[in-house]
Structure formats: C-alpha cells, structure tokens
Write a new protein. Structure first.
Length: 404
C-alpha cells in the first residue's frame, strides 16, 4: 500500500465505516486486504473496536495530518528485528504507517495526544473497562425568589413559573424571561445552579445570553431596572451581553472581583479550586476590578482588549494572551487539553462526569494535547490516555483512580 497520508486516511475511513456497519462489499474486500497485509493491522483493529473508543470522535477542526502522523510514529513504532538492508526496514515502517491510519482518524475527529513519558503500544493487552460513566448533559436547578427549587433536566417546553410579573419559560432546554400579563412587582432574584455533570444556557431579561458550566451558578434579578444590570456568579460562565450604554452590565465574582461591560462576549472562570479568577475577553471591552489584592489589600483595576485574559490572584493580576479556542471549548461542547497538565485535566473530568479523582502514588509529570467532544463516555475518554504513562480505572462509587 502506498504510505501517503491520503491512503492512510482511506484505511481510517474504512475502519470507521466498519465500526458503524456501513461497509459496502467492495470496501470490505479492500479492508480485508489491508488486515491481511500485516499482523499489527488486525491487532490495531481489535483494539479500536472496543466499545466506546470512537464514541465522541466527531466533527472537530484544526487537524494537521502530518503532525498527527509524526507524533504517532515517534511514540508507537513497533519493535522489529534489525534488517541488513535499510529498504526492508522502511517497508515495515510503511506498513505500520498504514496501521496508524485510524489513529490519524481519531486525531482528526478530536482524539487525544499526550507528551511526557515515552509511550509504547498497548494493543489488546489491557482488560476492558467494565464500569463506565455517562457524559454530562443539559440540566440545572432553578431556585425561585421564595426558595422553591425546580429541577429543569426533565421538564417539557413551556411555562415554568411567574416571578414578579415575568414569565419564566423553558424552550428547548434553555431558560428565557419575558414580560407576562401581570404588572411588574418588586425586584426579586432567581438563581440557576448547575451541578457537576451538567451544563446550561440562560437568556436574561435583557436578552443577554449566558452559558453556565458544571459546578457553577448565577444569581440575577428577574427584571433589570435602574441604571445598571448586575448579576453574580460562581464557577465558570460565558456571557454574550446585549449592548446598552445607559445601563452597564456588571458581573460580581465570588465577592472577589467585578467585571463591568457595555456590550461584549467574555468568559469567566472562577472555580474555588483554581488558583486564580480568569476573565477572557472575546470581543468588546471590559473593566475588571479585584478586591483586597496584595499585602495592602488595595483594589486592582484593569481594562482588557479582545484576545486578552486577566488572571487575578490574591497577590496580583496578570494579563495574558491565551488560546481563545481552548478557553471557550467547554461552551462549544469540547474538551481541549492542549498543553494541559494532568491535574488540570482531572479537574475538568471531575466536574463533567461528576466523579471523584483519587490519586495513588506520585502524580505523573505529563502533559496532554488534543481535543474531543464532551459527549464521549468516561471509559471512552480515558481510553485515549493509553500509553501516556498514566493508568486510570473507574471504580465503584464513581471514583476515577489515577496511578503512575
């Protein structure tokens, strides 16, 4: 077989179609010929047809075939006996290049690469993960002004409640506020609480859209009055704010910082178990004020321009220019682990799958690279970490055990 990348991707496509039971007779014959051409090919196919391996591999972009192939070959070249003629050894590598095609497919579809400890192929050597955890989904708890809690996960479209003259309506898994037939009453507040394993989309009374990540919450008035629009958040949220120069939009963050905007798109990450509060500006302009910063406890204030991120700690504030796609990957239904250390990866996994991370032994010094849909099950996700020098298993009581 020609070892060009297009031919390799052809084999990858055939393997994917077999897993989906979509092969034609001609394609099946083509795949059988490839399987019979080298023993590693059948082993690789057996490994990849384990349940859940391809489960979240869908429609991602920014894939570089040559880079993916190079990374794979560097880490997964099989041991072969020395050959006196270099050309013969090259043939063996070419055949293994074809066997790597499906890994290229996984990278193209959003599968994972890792860097750190040297990796070796682990074809059909690991027992199948018998316990699995489903990925997170849309859902949240709405806390009304009187303290009543409404679980939104399983509600049908329609009126959820009436709050101070405003209708609270669920539409296709998103919560909206609209003026009802009754006159507006006193100012009251609602809260959306999004637990682990959930994500939610809210449209505020002024039309501002908010995406709320797992383990996060937002408190807001059911109607904006006066000369400002103010909400409070914990955890992580992305805002697409409706512009209104006469009524600035303000976000209070854990009573530690405040973000003021006129009309913009930005992301706030303010989880309590993170070292900083990170505000990333996508478009527009924001002014961030931090409270009790540094030894003197003075306020810190900074205006961001698009593409900048302010990381605010108890000691200072630092402006960076991050990878925007990585910052808002969660909003777009993706994991993006590019250059991320193990513990950071595990934090995201814990929130999305609602599992406890248990470390046994020293935490490996390893970084991960890759993107994948958050719709994949946990067993399918950790399959992508095989060969990274990190061993993971799902235990009872929703624990993910991580070992060197």
């Amino acid at each position: 077989m020609n070892a060009s990348i297009p031919d390799s991707l052809r084999i990858a496509m055939l393997i994917e179609k077999q897993i989906r039971s979509e092969l034609t007779n001609e394609e099946k014959e083509e795949l059988d010929n490839w399987l019979n051409s080298h023993p590693h090919n059948q082993l690789l196919l057996d490994e990849l047809t384990v349940q859940n391996v391809l489960e979240g591999a869908a429609s991602l972009c920014g894939f570089n075939e040559e880079e993916a192939l190079g990374r794979f070959l560097e880490k997964h070249k099989p041991e072969e006996p020395e050959q006196p003629i270099p050309a013969i050894r090259r043939i063996g590598i070419i055949k293994w290049t074809a066997a790597a095609a499906v890994v290229i497919l996984l990278a193209a579809s959003g599968y994972l690469w890792f860097a750190g400890k040297p990796a070796t192929p682990e074809l059909v050597t690991k027992p199948k993960q018998s316990i699995d955890v489903e990925p997170g989904k849309k859902g949240a708890i709405l806390i009304l002004a009187d303290g009543k809690q409404v679980v939104l996960d399983s509600l049908q479209n329609g009126l959820v409640a009436t709050q101070s003259g405003m209708n609270v309506v669920l539409r296709n898994g998103e919560l909206h506020y609209a003026q009802g037939n009754e006159p507006a009453g006193e100012m009251v507040y609602n809260t959306i609480s999004v637990p682990n394993g959930r994500v939610f989309h809210l449209q505020l009374p002024d039309g501002t859209k908010v995406w709320i990540n797992s383990a996060s919450s937002i408190r807001y008035p059911v109607a904006f009055t006066g000369n400002q629009r103010q909400v409070e958040i914990t955890g992580e949220a992305y805002f697409d704010v409706v512009k209104n120069s006469r009524m600035p939009f303000r976000v209070r963050v854990n009573d530690k910082a405040e973000v003021e905007v006129l009309g913009t798109g930005f992301n706030i990450n303010a989880y309590e178990n993170e070292e900083s509060i990170s505000t990333t500006l996508i478009e527009g302009s924001v002014k961030i004020t931090g409270r009790h910063i540094g030894v003197s406890g003075e306020q810190f204030s900074r205006i961001l321009t698009p593409g900048q991120q302010l990381q605010l700690t108890e000691k200072n504030g630092i402006v960076l220019e991050p990878d925007i796609a990585k910052v808002i990957a969660w909003k777009n239904g993706l994991f993006n682990f590019e250059g991320m250390e193990l513990k950071q990866v595990m934090k995201q996994i814990a929130r999305w799958y609602d599992v406890e991370i248990v470390y046994k032994g020293k935490v490996p010094d390893v970084k991960f690279y890759g993107k994948i849909s958050r719709d994949i099950s946990l067993a399918g996700l950790i399959k992508g970490f095989d060969g990274s020098g990190v061993h993971m298993s799902i235990e009872q009581e929703k624990q993910l055990v991580v070992m060197p």
